[in-house]
Design a protein around this ligand. Structure first.
Ligand code: BGC
Length: 380
């Protein structure tokens, strides 16, 4: 009897572990959850040991931000359709967790690693293990810095994302034709300081806005203009909201008009929009973003955000799958840029997908007609 009970207990534990492993697969149509609570992500030591040949390890940063759920899901589906087995893991924005997940992928026999890093500087040793085991590493969306284990980089044209945000602001305020003495108040917010992408988003936007900051047409009342000062740990919505509530209370409570906020992405733009809703009564400012998350697409439609930059994660997944497939078959992965992305050990051959401006005017075409979202999802 004792033996049977012990066997039953073991069976229950195995089933429980399998169930935990399943949690690492994102739910379809995951809503835009922009907070810091990584409750549903499986700790590294509960990784399932995937079976089957041609195993691809896909390490994603977090389920908290909508896009990574879509990225992971798109990639898993497309890799499986191409005949590969996928070990997809989310790391709850915890670097140690991501490192152990990648260690497990290597131990489990993954033949290619696709990694969207939490902190591009923090993966060093585990990547040396991948290199020693001859496992090619594709940096996904975010470049992994200072490691010669990185073979390829699949991303969007990140500089162009920033340029598009800057150009939108110039056109919306018609800055090129600003009358003598006209000034507009601007505030800035960007993302995680450990994400190399902020250098491209922020610097790309500033490359367009700099002449207007220099000429005094754009003025920043808070004086917070440096990238490190306007950075947001983990791109967190609540941190963005708190910082903007503070800025609004300190510099705009006397009725000063805020004309424009350059926000590098949608999770931070959402925090800004929340702060504006709670603590600002002037004319609503121009507000930029990036990703076209569901909550932000709804804000575009109702006027609480001016623009976002659409990055079709289906395209990025498809390009990454082509890269994986080529590496598995010993052929050349597709690249279209061999100049821009130096990770500190040299240029990483990259494929840059194209970002597209999205506003209330083209939501239907870009987000709904393309099948990215259903009209119901954006109904608000
Ligand atoms: C991505 C953005 C995203 C941000 C926060 C960046 O690395 O390129 O699309 O909004 O991370 O997740």
């Amino acid at each position: 009897m004792k033996k049977i009970l012990a066997m039953l207990l073991a069976l229950v534990m195995v089933l429980a572990l399998v169930a935990c492993g399943d949690e690492s697969t994102p739910a379809t149509d995951a809503p835009a959850v922009n907070n810091d609570t990584p409750a549903t992500e499986a700790p590294a030591d509960e990784d399932p040991a995937p079976e089957g040949g041609n195993l691809v390890g896909v390490a994603m940063p977090t389920k908290d931000l909508q896009r990574w759920n879509q990225d992971g899901e798109n990639m898993k589906a497309q890799l499986e359709a191409a005949g590969y087995t996928v070990d997809l893991q989310y790391a709850a924005n915890d670097i140690t967790t991501q490192v152990s997940q990648i260690e497990n992928m290597i131990a489990n026999g993954c033949e290619v690693l696709v990694i969207a890093s939490i902190d591009g500087e923090a993966l060093g040793t585990v990547l040396d293990q991948a290199k020693a085991a001859n496992i090619p590493v594709i940096a996904y969306d975010r470049l992994i810095m200072n490691s010669d284990a990185v073979s390829y980089y699949a991303t969007f044209d990140n500089w162009d994302v920033g340029v598009k945000q800057g150009e939108y602001i110039v056109e919306a305020l018609d800055l090129a034709n600003a009358a003598e003495g006209t000034t507009y108040n601007i505030e800035f917010i960007t993302g995680d300081p450990g994400d190399n992408n902020i250098n491209f988003f922020f610097d790309g936007a500033i490359s367009v806005l700099q002449e207007y900051l220099d000429s005094g047409v754009l003025v920043c009342p808070s004086g917070q203009t440096e990238k490190q000062t306007v950075a947001t740990a983990n791109w967190a919505t609540d941190a963005a909201q708190a910082r903007f509530e503070n800025i609004l209370a300190s510099y705009y409570a006397d009725g000063t008009q805020l004309d424009v906020v350059l926000a590098s992405n949608d999770s931070t733009a959402l925090g800004v929009a929340n702060a504006l809703a709670s603590s600002y009564t002037g004319n609503y400012p121009i507000l930029t973003g990036q990703d076209c998350d569901v909550a932000n697409a709804i804000n575009l439609a109702n006027g609480a955000q001016s623009m976002s930059v659409f990055k079709d994660t289906r395209d990025l997944a498809a390009k990454t799958v082509e890269m994986v497939d080529a590496l598995m078959k010993g052929s050349e992965p597709p690249v279209n840029d061999t100049e821009t992305y130096d990770n500190g050990t040299g240029i990483i051959p990259s494929y840059l997908c194209e970002p597209v401006v999205c506003t209330a005017d083209n939501i239907q075409e870009i987000l709904i007609d393309s099948g990215y979202y259903t009209a119901d999802q954006l109904a608000g």
